[in-house]
Design a protein around this ligand. Sequence first.
Ligand code: FE
Ligand code: FE
Length: 193
Amino acid sequence: MATPTKAATAQTNGRTGTKKNSGNTTGKIEPGEFHEFFIDELKDIYWAEKHLVKALPKMKKAATSPELATAFEKHTQETQTHIDTLEQVFQLLDEKPAAKKCDAMAGLLEEANGIIEDTDAGTMIRDAGLILAAQKVEHYEIATYGTLKVFAENMDRSDVADLLGQTLENEKATDVALTEIAVSAVNAEAAAE
Ligand code: FE
Ligand code: FE
């Protein structure tokens, strides 16, 4: 995340309304301050999705098994939907969609590239590595959308929370689908190579 802050920690215990070390006497996050933080994090995941949608076709091309290639193709389309959904969220919040570099996604995609470079085309070891890289991405997205959904609920924006929840469920389903491909088609063959 571009700006890890205390608010992210507060989310883990289900509260976002307080900030221990804030300078103000009430110990509360100012409404504007939290809104700004939320928008910043939306810009971060917007950048992440926009870069992922370009990386997934490369991962599809690199995949050995048709099952994995199909999964990457499907998730490319779904990722485009995630981008559209975030644009809807920005609109609901009267904000212009803007992307802010997400260092975490940049690193995860660099790692995926490294796996492609370090493995031979046409091997199941390549696929096992691609699934590992893709699942790291999905888990990052699950963590992000899970947190942002709770933030939206805390801000009494159920409209925004619902949209973020839809993407969250799709990321979870993608993670499960990748596990199924690994278990049913890839891992045993990779181990035998
Ligand atoms: Fe996504
Ligand atoms: Fe995803």
